[in-house]
Design a protein around this ligand. Structure first.
Ligand SMILES: C[S@@+](CC[C@H](N)C(=O)[O-])C[C@H]1O[C@@H](n2cnc3c(N)ncnc32)[C@H](O)[C@@H]1O
Length: 280
């Protein structure tokens, strides 16, 4: 499939390799990707909703697991002043380096290198523990959620937010092929259908009365869908791997480019949030 821009845009690979940023050739691109994504109106909105679910109070100590470039850590730290702090944990050295390049909020931010499934913190340490778009990249989400609960105080809020790539919808003449694209997108992640599992994961970790909510990100241009979800690259790669028919792939991509040209392009991904309190 000779797709425009395919091969130049690493979004599909990036999405799938947040599980090990440090092994990527172009590590700098990951930070750029996160900042561009966070600038989308719908992402800003769901992040505000996720912050609200944390029910932050001045003086609290917050942990952001898989903190990326640390922008959320700084925003969280500002919301727990005076007296509070926010700690960002990430398994990538280059992400932790990127975090440390920015000015901390009055010394109330801290960035720590470590893995979500074996965190370098004692038990009952934080008042709020959250993870946003991290569990999708881990092989054992149960272990990470158990760790999040372990380091949380009694009565601490635990908040999880993740996409579910089986909710990836793209309008097309060939909707069966669109379903296949969603499936391929899921398979490129360690836990592509994690969104629907969040409430169950918290319940399984002993959190009572878990609440759930959803929000969607809608993209109206093929360029944006390529940039964030690597749509054209995903199809081209699936053709090369023999996972889809080259003819169907070419026709589907041509349809997407026509839709993009005449304002009909539509694609969307739904993410879910689950939240609750650690029992006393
Ligand atoms: C898609 S980014 C999300 C970053 C940030 N939460 C945000 O919303 O912008 C995923 C981050 O999780 C980190 N990560 C992936 N697996 C991890 C693990 N097992 N433990 C800790 N961090 C992890 C990656 O290095 C990356 O920085």
């Amino acid at each position: 499939v000779a797709a425009n821009g395919v091969g130049r845009n690493p979004a599909a690979r990036i999405g799938a390799t947040f599980e090990n940023v440090d092994s990527a050739r172009d590590r700098g691109r990951f930070g750029e990707y996160l900042r561009e994504f966070s600038a989308l109106t719908e992402v800003k909105r769901y992040k505000q909703e996720a912050f609200s679910l944390c029910e932050l109070q001045p003086g609290q100590h917050v942990l952001d697991v898989g903190c990326g470039v640390g922008d959320d850590v700084r925003a969280l730290a500002a919301r727990v002043q005076p007296g509070g702090s926010a700690t960002g944990l990430d398994r990538s050295e280059s992400m932790i380096e990127a975090c440390s390049r920015h000015r901390p909020v009055d010394g109330a931010t801290r960035f720590v290198l470590g893995d979500g499934d074996s965190m370098p913190f004692e038990d009952d340490r934080f008042d709020v523990v959250r993870a946003d778009r991290v569990l999708v990249h881990v092989a054992d989400p149960v272990a990470v959620v158990q760790e999040m609960v372990r380091v949380a105080n009694a009565d601490a809020r635990i908040v999880l937010t993740e996409g579910d790539f089986d909710t990836f919808v793209i309008d097309a003449d060939d909707l069966e092929f669109s379903r296949r694209v969603a499936q391929l997108r899921c398979e490129r992640f360690r836990s592509g259908r994690i969104g629907r599992r969040l409430t169950g994961l918290l319940a399984q970790a002993g959190i009572p009365r878990v609440t759930a909510s959803a929000s969607s990100i809608i993209l109206r241009s093929l360029e944006a869908a390529n940039r964030f979800w690597g749509v054209e690259e995903l199809v081209a790669e699936a053709v090369v791997r023999g996972e889809v028919s080259p003819d169907l792939g070419r026709r589907w991509l041509d349809d997407q480019r026509r839709r993009d040209g005449d304002g009909r392009f539509f694609c969307s991904l739904t993410g879910f949030a689950a939240a609750g309190r650690k029992p006393q």
